[in-house]
Design a protein around this ligand. Structure first.
Ligand SMILES: *[C@@H]1O[C@H](CO)[C@@H](O)[C@H](O)[C@H]1NC(C)=O
Ligand SMILES: *[C@@H]1O[C@H](CO)[C@@H](O)[C@H](O)[C@H]1NC(C)=O
Length: 455
C-alpha cells in the first residue's frame, strides 16, 4: 500500500502539471506601452468594481529549491498552520488545489522525524462554493456536511481528500505581513482505496506528518502548491481576499533553485513575449496551438495543443510530434561521434560520446535549438525557444539524454506539455486578469531587486 501510494503520488505529480513564461529588461517599445496602458485601464476597472484594498499592488516572492535532474522537481518551503510549520510543496501550474499528504495516526507516525501536522478545525462545508470547485463529478459525497473530494490518479487509482481552511502566513513585497486563511486539501493515507466504506471522516482522525521514508523512487515532498487558474487555486484565493493580483509566475534556474511569485509587481514587463491565454483548454494554462520548429525551420508539425506545466519535470510531446522530433535529432546525430546509449536507462533516449560528458556545454554543438511558435491574432507569432539546455540532461553515467518524452506513454493523448526542463532560465508569467501568458529569458538566480524573499 505504501509503495502504491508513493507510486501514485509520483504519477500524479508527473501528470498534474502545465505552463510558463517571461523576462526582464529595461527597455520598452511602443507595443509594450500600449499593453501597459491597456492593463492599467483593466486593473482600474477591476479595482473600482471590487473595492480592492490598496495593498492589492503587492506581491509574494518565494524561493524555489531543487532541479530537473538529478532531483526531479522544484519545491517551495511554505509555512502552514498555527503555529506555522514549513512544508515542502511542488508548485504546479497544472492543477488548482493546494494539498498536503497526510497519514493516519500510527500507520507511520513512529517513522516521522518531524512533529505531526495538526489540521485546523476549520473544515469547509459541502455547500461552500469552493467545494463545488473540487468535486464537480463527485455528487455521491454531497451528503457529507464537510467537503470531501475524490483525487484521481494517473494510474486509475483514487483517494479521498477533505477541504479545510488553514492559516498561511505570507510576507508581502511591500513589507506587509498577512495570515490569510486559505482553502487547502488534505489527503490521508487512511482513506486510500476502499475509502468510501469508511464512515464520515472525523477531524480528530486526521493527522499529517512529514513522510520521509527513504527510497529511490520516493518524492520527498509534503504536497502540491496548486497554481492553476481555478477558483480554489492559491492565487485566485489571494485575489479574492484582496491581497495580490491574479497573476502567478516562476523563474526556474537551470543550476537549481529560482523563485516563484504571486502578484504583478515582481517583473519588468518589457522584453516579455506575451500570448493570449487560450480559453479552449480551460483547465490548463495554454497559449493555444503551436508549430514545432527544429533548427529555426518548420518541421511540418503544426496545431499542437500545448500547455505550460510547472508540475512536470520533463516536456512531453504527443506520439506523432515526438516521433518526428526523435527522427530529426537522430538524423542530425548521424554525422557526429555520438552513439545510442541503450545501457543508460536514465531516460528513454540517451546518447554517449567517446568519454563521459560532464556538462551540456560539451554537447551543445551536436544539438539544434527547438522552438514552439504560437500563432497570435494581435501580434506576429510568439516563439518559445527551447535551446539544447532546455531539452537535454547529462545523466550520472555521462551520457546525454533527451528530456522530451512521449506523452502518449503516460496517457496525455494529444496534449503537449512544456515542463520544467524547457522553462529553465526563463521567467514565465500567467496573468489571469489580462488573460495572457508571457515569457522571456532571465537570470533566475537573481531575485528581482528590492524584493525581500521569505525563507
Ligand atoms: C508513444 O507511446 C505510444 C503509447 O505507448 C506508442 O504507441 C507510440 O509508438 C510511442 N511513440 C513513439 C514515437 O515512440
Ligand atoms: C517573514 O519575514 C520574517 C523576517 O522579516 C521571517 O522571520 C518570517 O519567517 C517570514 N515569514 C514567512 C511566512 O516566511
Amino acid at each position: 500500500m505504501e509503495a502504491k501510494q508513493h507510486q501514485a503520488l509520483c504519477q500524479l505529480l508527473l501528470v498534474l502539471l502545465l505552463l510558463g513564461i517571461a523576462s526582464i529588461a529595461k527597455s520598452s517599445c511602443v507595443s509594450d506601452e500600449i499593453e501597459k496602458a491597456h492593463q492599467t485601464v483593466l486593473y482600474a476597472a477591476i479595482a473600482s468594481s471590487l473595492l480592492i484594498p490598496n495593498h492589492m499592488a503587492s506581491s509574494v516572492v518565494l524561493p524555489l529549491y531543487g532541479n530537473v535532474y538529478p532531483r526531479g522537481f522544484y519545491h517551495v518551503s511554505m509555512k502552514i498552520g498555527n503555529p506555522a510549520k514549513p512544508y515542502f510543496l511542488d508548485p504546479d501550474t497544472g492543477s488548482d488545489l493546494t494539498w498536503l499528504q497526510c497519514d493516519a495516526p500510527c500507520i507511520r507516525c513512529t517513522k516521522a522525524p518531524h512533529p505531526l501536522y495538526k489540521p485546523s478545525n476549520d473544515l469547509i462545508q459541502s455547500t461552500d462554493p469552493l467545494c463545488a470547485a473540487v468535486q464537480p463529478h463527485y455528487h455521491k459525497l454531497k451528503s457529507f456536511e464537510q467537503c470531501q473530494y475524490e483525487v484521481q490518479y494517473a494510474d486509475g487509482g483514487s483517494s479521498l481528500g477533505v477541504l479545510l481552511r488553514e492559516v498561511i502566513p505570507l510576507n508581502f513585497t511591500n513589507g506587509h505581513k498577512e495570515s490569510p486563511r486559505l482553502a487547502i486539501g488534505l489527503i490521508s493515507g487512511s482513506f486510500w482505496g476502499g475509502a468510501l466504506k469508511g464512515s464520515k471522516m472525523k477531524q480528530n482522525q486526521m493527522t499529517c506528518g512529514y513522510d520521509q521514508i527513504p527510497g529511490s523512487s520516493y518524492h520527498p515532498i509534503d504536497g502540491v502548491l496548486g497554481l492553476g487558474k481555478g477558483k480554489v487555486g492559491i492565487v485566485s484565493q489571494l485575489t479574492e481576499q484582496g491581497l495580490t493580483r491574479n497573476v502567478v509566475g516562476h523563474c526556474l534556474c537551470g543550476q537549481g533553485g529560482g523563485y516563484l511569485f504571486f502578484g504583478s509587481d515582481v517583473y519588468d514587463p518589457s522584453h516579455i513575449i506575451w500570448t493570449r491565454m487560450s480559453h479552449d483548454h480551460s483547465k490548463h494554462y495554454s497559449s493555444g496551438l503551436a508549430e514545432l520548429l527544429f533548427d529555426q525551420k518548420a518541421t511540418g508539425v503544426k496545431n499542437l495543443l500545448v500547455v505550460f506545466d510547472s508540475g512536470s519535470s520533463y516536456t512531453y510531446l504527443a506520439s506523432q510530434p515526438y516521433h518526428t522530433l526523435v527522427s530529426l535529432i537522430t538524423k542530425q546525430l548521424q554525422s557526429t561521434s555520438l552513439k545510442d546509449a541503450v545501457e543508460d536507462d536514465t531516460l528513454p533516449v540517451c546518447w554517449k560520446g567517446k568519454k563521459p560528458f560532464r556538462s551540456i556545454r560539451e554537447v551543445e554543438n551536436y544539438f539544434k535549438p527547438l522552438a514552439l511558435s504560437f500563432g497570435s491574432r494581435w501580434k506576429s507569432a510568439a516563439r518559445f525557444d527551447i535551446p539544447p539546455d532546455n531539452y537535454l540532461i547529462i545523466s550520472k553515467k555521462g551520457s546525454v539524454c533527451l528530456g522530451i518524452l512521449n506523452g502518449s506513454e503516460v496517457g496525455l493523448h494529444d496534449l503537449n506539455v512544456i515542463g520544467d526542463i524547457s522553462m529553465q532560465d526563463k521567467i514565465v508569467i500567467y496573468d489571469n486578469e489580462a488573460k495572457k501568458i508571457g515569457w522571456g529569458s532571465s537570470d533566475c538566480s537573481m531575485v528581482p531587486k528590492g524584493m525581500t524573499v521569505d525563507s
